[in-house]
Structures are given as structure tokens and as C-alpha cells.
Design a protein around this ligand. Sequence first.
Ligand code: NAD
Length: 431
Amino acid sequence: MSLFASLARDPETSSDPASSRRSFLRGATTALAAAGLGPLAAGQSPTKPNAQDAVHLPELHADTEAPDKTPGPFEAPSQRTGFAVVGLGTLSLNQILPAFAKSKYCRVAALVSGDRDKSRKIAAQYGIPDRSLYDYKTYDQLAQNPDVQAIYIVLPNSLHAEFVVRGAKAGKHILCEKPMATSVKDCERMIAACKAANVKLMIAYRQQYEPMNRQIIKMVKEGKLGTVKSFIATNGQNQGDPAQWRQKLALAGGGCLPDVGIYCFNAARFLSGEEPSEVVAFTTQPKSDPRFTEVEESCGFTLHFPSGLIATCSTGYGIHRSQFLRIEGEKAWAELSPAFAYTGIKLKTNRTEDGHNVLSEPSIEEKDQFALEMDHMAQCVQQNLQPHTPGEEGLHDQRITDAIYESARTGRSVKIAPPPQPTRGPDPQES
Ligand code: NAD
């Protein structure tokens, strides 16, 4: 069993999320150091294959036993794509950095943060040397760091554009969190900068790499649902601190819609394989609540698709966490409840068979969505492939976001032009 498999199987890591994070970090630190997954020595090329640093262990059990379920094969450290993680906030600390130990093709090679004390502590946990720690001013010096091939941008939304453009100019491939940016103009200049620098740009739509979402895509493509007629989804939660950047229009670009509502309409697009042509929307913004002086509290919208498919979605910042989607065809439906979560997603399907109503809950192994998404990016870098969720996917979601806000503002339905070409690259190789 590989070192990482033993970490993944540690029963401590699968119970309470806070204690599993702590125990995981403890384990990951030791394991990463032991496996030599810290950054490479100066001058050592991270792209040069070095099969000697891969560990292969003999099989312990007889052939008559079922093989251990290990997540390997993992790539040797020297063959992995080195990532610089930019912004050490909630998502980076709790999801992205731990996911490196579950990834097969990535390693964390550098950190970028405005808080040196914090980045030193995190660097110690992940075996990153001082020379690979940057702040937002020295960020451009990543250009001179041969350990880093890709940059993962995990900053407040309106800062994505600047850091993507600077990262591309530094000659690094870019994985950027959703929403891609806060305006169509910014999305376009991010795409242009990455094209000009000849680097990949991928938007981190983790749910598009998640196995149960991929199963629904397959069912739709194979006609298992029949003609798809309707999609319903909700994604909402109660926001806390009114001073958080998510409540500031200039940093967030909006309220619940670009933050969590985006999952609903992105799912309507990628699950159905269609693009919406028109939207009607409403927002509410109780300005007396300090959380909503600048951004909307809730948003409901209905998207119409050329085939006749109607997607009805709602999102909110003032509701108890609610995450659900269902895609309904003439022959069957498939639902995820919860949908959009980091873990615990459950798939249910319903169809009629031999005159009976059949409700099933297919058992599909849960995988770390961040590891899957990062591994896809690494494969694109290593094999020179187009990402499945490139900048164009994020740009089209920004156009839809703008159309939703325009409809809510004007009280009219708003047409959405189809994208000039498909917005998604080839399907990911694994999920
Ligand atoms: P966060 O507030 O926890 O972290 C943001 C980080 O950016 C902090 O370390 C902060 O210090 C830094 N920062 C730099 N400049 C800043 C500025 N001017 N104002 C505020 N902070 C600044 O946020 P987060 O939850 O980690 O979100 C970061 C990004 O990740 C956002 O784009 C968000 O939409 C995205 N996100 C994605 C998912 C997902 O499931 N894919 C989940 C959560 C967040």
C-alpha cells in the first residue's frame, strides 16, 4: 500500500472535519517529508522524469484476496506539476492544500500570501522552503522559480484578473477559482493574457470533475433520461460577518449569485450539454441587514434553453444551508442531494421499469473534488491538453451572471447569445 493510500485510509481522517484536518495535516507533514514531496532542490528540473523516486511495494496478500483499494498509481515527485497557491484563506487551508496529498500528479511548490507569519507556518506543514514564499508584490518573481509550473489563484473574486494576468506574464499555467472574475471585460483580458503567454487557463469548477455529476452527464448523453425537459436547483447558506469581502460589491462582484448561485446555472449547462438563450430573474436586498447593504441576499431565476428545457434556480445568503439539484427527462430523473458540497454528495435516480417505479441510489465512490480538478490541470500541463473547463467556460458564466442581474434590475426577460464556440474542452481522463 502506498504512503498516500495509508494516509487516505487513516480512520482518524474520516470523522469530524476539524479533527480530521488536524490529523491529516500532522500525517501529511510527516508523509510528504518522508516521500520527498517538498519542493525540489535548486536546479533540479521538475519536469525531468526520475523513476527512482517512485516507491513500489510488493503485494502482501495472495492472489485469491481482493486487492487493496488504493488510489494510486501516484506519479513520482519529480514528475509532478508544481503549484504555487495564491491566497491562504479558508479554501486554500481547509480544502486545497490538504488535497495535494490525495492528488496523483500535483505537488505544492510555493505559497503567495500577504501574511508572512501565516505562510511560514503553512510552509513548515507542507515542507516548502523560505525561498518559495512570496507576497503579492514579489509574486511576479515566480517567473524565476523552476519548481513552479502552475499557479492556483484563490483570492477574492475581483482580484482574480490581476493575478491571472501577472501569473501568465510570469510564464506559468493558471488554475483560477470560480467565479472567474467580476466582469466580462476582465474575463476576456485573462483569456487574452494566457493566450499571449501560451499558457493554459482553467477555471476551478470542481463539480465538473466530481464522479456523481459525471455519472449524470453520462446518463443524459446516453439518453437514459429521455429528452431533458426541466432542471431545478438551489444553493444557499447563511452568511455571517458583514465585513467579509463576499459582502463587498467591489471585491465580490455581487452577493449569493456569483458565489454560490453560479453552481446552479453552471450545472444546468454542463449536465444538459445545452446553453441557455433567455433568463427572467428576481433579487431581494434588505438593506437594513448590514450583510446586504452592497449585495443581494437572494436571487431566483429561470433560464430558457433552445430545446425547450427550463431551468429554475434559487440561491440565497440568508437561508439555512440548502444544496440540491434535479434534472428531469421524459423517461427518468436524476438528483443530487446534497449537491455542490465538498463531501457527502448523494445521487438518486427514478425511472419506470416494467410498469414499476424504480428509485435507485447508485453507489459511486466519493473522491476529493479538488484533487481531481488539480490532477486534470496537471495532466493538461504535462500532456499539452486543453482543460475541460477553460477560461471560455468562466466567461460564459459571467455573461449569464450579467444577464440575470440585468433581468432583475429591469424586470424584463433578457436574451443570452450562445457562445461562439463550445466552452468546454475534452472530457477529463479520470474521475
Ligand atoms: P477567504 O476570505 O477565506 O480567503 C481569501 C484570501 O485572500 C485571504 O487569505 C485574504 O487574506 C486574501 N486577500 C488578499 N487580498 C485581499 C483583499 N484585498 N481583501 C480580502 N482578502 C484578500 O476566501 P475563500 O473562501 O478562500 O475564497 C477565495 C476564492 O475561492 C474566491 O474566489 C471564492 O469564490 C473561491 N471559493 C471556491 C470554492 C469552491 O468550492 N470551488 C469554495 C470557496 C471559495
